[in-house]
Design a protein around this ligand. Structure first.
Ligand code: NAD
Length: 489
């Protein structure tokens, strides 16, 4: 499979002719080659996106027409759901059933923004006698979208659907590790015939392609999802023209389990919270905090269930947890496991790479849990982004809250208890943008997604996602124009 840039309605190879191999993380085999973008490639894409925006074919199209085209994208994603899901599985490693959910969610995201753009409202105020103030929504302009590898299609779509609904033109940079489904999405854009230059795709390295988007003075907004350190770099790089910056970053989310909860249910959700997606989820419940009176029982049942998880390739229907996305990422996760041991934490389950039989060339790591952890440890403070969880003991409500908030992150968090007064009290104290009571990972487009503290700036999804990609303009209309006589004639 050969994957090319999509610029101004055409497919292009890179100006320097360089290529990059894309591998299947389940077996290390090469499955595709992509062109590797240069700064010149990005500059071309930005230039055409700028000119498409300025021509206004998209921005000035009425929302009803924009909505129809977004629905058409959703229909075509659904039509090709099986193929796209299979490609996502091969590229990212996730089990096929998870990939199918992602692709359906991607279609739903286009439908959601197609629907809210038709009901998005402005405001009017009768601010003074014979004066009306009207507030209208306008697109920001040319948006640079940079996404990670954990939900390659879905993270792209969260941004693209909202940006296009709001009337912007875009340049997307997918992760250099997982670009395949972005290309499939752009094939759909090509088929339905969006005006040339409205959607552009440039593949390649973050430090080259991503950085150029961040520094370019012709980009009006950068919307980034990825690691906190990269986000920090992008924010600095974006200061040249003070472009709008939206950041969806990392997490180290606490899952607080009180003694009055049903232990088996809490274990069930705790496993789902951390091992879904092999822990490569920004909102993963990577820190389990358990009230001391049930700590032993919880750990015992958690370990039995974690050891039962079937790890394997995404195309095996029995697989419950797939590989890590790349050899480099697997080595990073294994290094964290080593760090945890050196810090004095104890492994309750897992801890190793899996290399048995058909897994030997893939990047598989066992579902891993550390106990005897202390708050200051790196494995408690830093995002590992793999199937590694810490299980920590707390003695009372205030200590649970203190532990929960004591990292630089603030993306997500949850509380498990039968006492809804306590649940509400605790959840209100958790410094995080996405929280759950007696559940985990539930996510609907109606609600805003984003983090406190170093987990991000701004919100995706919901109407807030549309606001992110919009400028608000006030228009003051004098209904009885007359001399103002501020200065004497
Ligand atoms: P990453 O930060 O390494 O890369 C993300 C994207 O940024 C990639 O496309 C990469 O090429 C690009 N990039 C890298 N360096 C760049 C630079 N200097 N300038 C511009 N772009 C650059 O992250 P990753 O490893 O791909 O993804 C994992 C991270 O993403 C985790 O920290 C995870 O928590 C985070 N994430 C957050 C959310 C959220 O909604 N908050 C969702 C998914 C993933």
């Amino acid at each position: 499979m050969e994957l090319n840039h999509y610029i101004n309605g055409n497919w292009y190879t890179s100006v320097n002719g360089q290529e990059r191999n894309i591998t299947n993380p389940a077996n290390g085999k090469i499955i595709a080659h992509t062109v590797d973008g240069t700064t010149d490639d990005v500059k071309t894409a930005i230039r055409v996106a700028r000119s498409a925006f300025d021509q206004g074919d998209w921005a000035e199209l009425c929302s009803t027409e924009r909505s129809k085209l977004l629905i058409e994208v959703a229909i075509r994603i659904e039509k090709h759901l099986d193929t796209i899901a299979e490609l996502e599985m091969l590229d990212n490693g996730k089990p096929l059933h998870e990939a199918k959910i992602d692709v359906q969610d991607a279609a739903d995201c286009f439908r959601y923004y197609a629907s809210i753009i038709r009901t998005a409202t402005g405001q009017t105020y009768n601010t003074a006698p014979a004066l009306e103030t009207v507030v209208v929504r306008e697109p920001v302009g040319v948006c640079g979208l940079i996404v990670p590898w954990n939900f390659p299609l879905l993270m792209s779509v969260w941004k693209i659907a909202a940006a296009l609904a709001a009337g912007n033109t875009i340049v997307l940079k997918p992760s250099e590790i997982t670009p395949i489904t972005a290309v499939k999405l752009f094939e759909i854009f090509d088929d339905i015939g969006l005006p040339d230059g409205v959607v552009n795709l440039v593949m390649g390295d973050g430090k080259i392609v991503g950085n150029e988007l961040a520094v370019s003075h012709d980009i009006d907004m950068i919307s980034f999802t990825g690691g906190t350190d990269t986000g920090r770099h992008i924010m600095k790089a974006a200061t040249g023209n003070l472009k709008k910056v939206s950041l969806e970053l990392g997490g180290k989310s606490p899952n607080i389990i009180f003694a009055d909860t049903d232990i088996d249910m809490a274990v069930d959700y705790a496993l789902y919270g951390i091992y879904y997606g092999a822990g490569q989820i920004c909102s993963a419940a990577s820190r389990i905090l358990v009230e001391d009176s049930i700590y032993g029982a919880f750990v015992e049942r958690f370990v039995i269930r974690a050891n039962n998880i079937t790890v394997g390739a995404g195309d095996n229907p029995n697989t419950e947890m797939g590989p890590l996305v790349s050899e480099e990422h697997m080595q990073k996760v294994l290094a964290y496991i080593q760090t945890g041991k050196e810090e004095g934490a104890r492994i309750a389950c897992g801890g190793n790479r899996l290399t048995n039989m058909e897994l030997e060339n893939g990047y598989f790591v066992e579902p891993t849990a550390f106990i005897d952890v202390k708050q200051h440890m790196r494995i408690v403070q830093e995002e590992i982004f793999g199937p590694v969880v810490t299980i920590q003991k707390f003695t009372n409500e205030s200590e649970a809250i203190e532990f929960a908030n004591n990292t630089k992150y603030g993306l997500a968090g949850s509380v498990f208890t039968k006492d809804y007064n306590k649940a509400w009290r605790v959840i209100k104290k958790i410094k995080a943008g996405i929280t759950w009571i007696n559940t985990y990972h539930e996510n609907y487009y109606e609600a805003p997604w984003g983090g406190y503290k170093e987990s991000g700036i701004g919100r995706s999804l919901s109407e807030s996602g549309l606001d992110e990609f919009s400028e608000l303009k006030q228009i003051n209309i004098n209904l009885q124009p007359d001399m103002i006589d501020w200065f004497r004639e």
